[in-house]
Design a protein around this ligand. Structure first.
Ligand code: SF4
Ligand code: SF4
Length: 451
């Protein structure tokens, strides 16, 4: 039984594996190859290893296979570079699924086991997930932990714990350092009568996500306000759940498919565009069609679902973006891999920024290069991630930006922690947070009645 599953995961992707013509054009875009110079840590080398496994010349539990697949960030920069159109992201998921199945029951590291437990027993259960995020919010609000972090006390005990705490602290709203204003912003709503109300207004539903809802609710609120201020009617999809991206990246395709089915059921009842502000989740939602292509009850519905998904910048830039008030700040943009490479949304975030009067935009050298965040890669592969992050922050520093904007929670946290660790004096924000700030200054919002 296990052998059948092992055979299927990569063997089912033979066509994609054979698409690689070994030209090597992807090598310079691969962060792990550029750091190590090892062919086995390049896209071409990894595809070669996958082919060896699919043809039975290499065991999927072979340490060499696991090591080189594990070190891949899943950034998909190789897909953008590939002239043959190799869909590396799907191959990587199949390889990780194959490894997961072939090593099931064999003792992995503590971190791997904790991740597997969280993915299986917490993320698919909204109540448990809400409880975990409530604890994390409690921790990040605590002044003792923040002081211990600032004074280097946590670092003295464990570098990894210190970095994890830094990631968590980076989720705090940074659009203003004033706690009173932050609290007030949470209760802002678009001023009645400030948007033309016609039956032709477009309907949009924000995919709230799990990390975004748990730690970046201020970004979800800003997204909703900006959409409404641009003439959209907001709809709800109450049954929506975690998108399954973390599961797919870890090779747990079974849970990823189960979550995809639940989201499709939830959004079937709502006629609207599905707006996502987290690049990793957006890429996943846009690939539900591929994920469920072999399931007769869902294949067609998954295709229609994916066709409705738009990143918030992509959606806004497709129309005329309403202009707000001046924001006099120097801004640079770092493109999340899953927006730039996986979704191929390459210029929409800059178009959104261009609609904000007064912004001084400073292009970031290598903005499309991975920051090293990659889910929990920054904790599981701290050394490689740190090397990649340090290079990124060096380039950010060279822009002299006051604000570094991005569009994915993982990148947001990684860049925030990196700015602290490597000394860049800028705050991190989501693209829509700046547009929201511009609208707030323009007086498009009122304070809502507070409960
Ligand atoms: S996904 Fe990124 S790290 Fe992995 S092989 Fe492709 S370019 Fe390299
Ligand atoms: S660029 Fe594409 S075809 Fe060329 S080696 Fe890389 S994956 Fe293979």
């Amino acid at each position: 039984m296990m052998q059948t599953t092992l055979h299927n995961a990569l063997a089912a992707e033979t066509e994609k594996i054979l698409g690689c013509i070994h030209c090597g054009l992807c090598l310079p875009s691969c962060p792990t190859y550029m750091q190590l110079g090892n062919e086995n840590d390049s896209p071409r080398g990894r595809i070669y290893l996958m082919r060896a496994v699919s043809e039975g010349r290499l065991q999927s539990e072979a340490p060499a296979f696991i090591k080189h697949i594990d070190l891949c960030l899943g950034c998909r920069a190789c897909e953008t570079a590939c002239p043959a159109g190799v869909r590396y992201g799907f191959l990587l998921e199949a390889a990780r699924e194959q490894i997961l199945v072939s090593t099931r029951g064999k003792s992995g590291g503590f971190q791997d086991r904790m991740l597997a437990l969280a993915l299986k027993h917490i993320f698919p259960h909204p109540k448990r997930l809400r409880a975990v995020f409530a604890v994390l919010r409690f921790l990040r609000a605590g002044s003792i932990l923040r002081l211990a972090h600032a004074e280097g006390l946590v670092r003295a005990v464990s570098k990894q714990a210190d970095f994890a705490l830094s990631l968590l602290l980076s989720t705090l709203p940074q659009s203003t350092n004033n706690a009173h204003l932050q609290a007030r912003n949470a209760h802002l709503q678009v001023r009645a009568g400030s948007v033309e109300t016609t039956p032709l207004r477009r309907a949009a539903t924000v995919f709230t996500g799990c990390v975004m809802d748990g730690l970046f609710k201020h970004v979800n609120d800003a997204t909703a306000r900006v959409l409404e201020a641009n003439g959209n009617r907001l709809a709800d999809a109450p049954g929506q759940i975690c998108c399954g991206a973390l599961h797919a990246h870890a090779g747990d395709m079974e849970t990823a498919r189960a979550l995809a089915r639940r989201n499709i059921d939830a959004f079937d009842a709502v006629e609207s565009t599905i707006i996502i502000n987290a690049a990793g989740c957006g890429a996943m939602l846009k690939e539900y069609g591929e994920l469920l292509k072999d399931e007769p009850d869902y294949a067609e519905r998954a295709q229609s679902f994916s066709a409705r998904v738009k990143d918030v910048s992509e959606y806004l830039a497709a129309g005329e973006i309403r202009r707000g008030a001046t924001v006099n700040e120097r801004v640079t943009y770092d493109a999340p891999c899953h927006l730039y490479h996986a979704q191929r949304v390459t210029s929409a975030p800059q178009q959104v920024l261009a609609a904000i009067p007064g912004l001084d935009y400073a292009p970031l050298d290598g903005m499309q290069d991975c920051c090293g965040g990659a889910g929990i890669y920054n904790l599981s592969h701290a050394e490689m991630s740190g090397r990649i992050l340090e290079e990124k922050i060096d380039r950010v520093r060279a822009t002299n930006a006051d604000v570094l904007v991005t569009a994915n929670p993982g990148c947001h946290m990684q860049l925030g922690a990196g700015a602290r660790a490597f000394g860049a004096d800028c705050r991190i924000a989501h693209v829509v947070e700046l547009l929201d700030a511009s609208y707030r200054r323009a007086g498009f919002y009122d304070a809502a009645d507070q409960p």
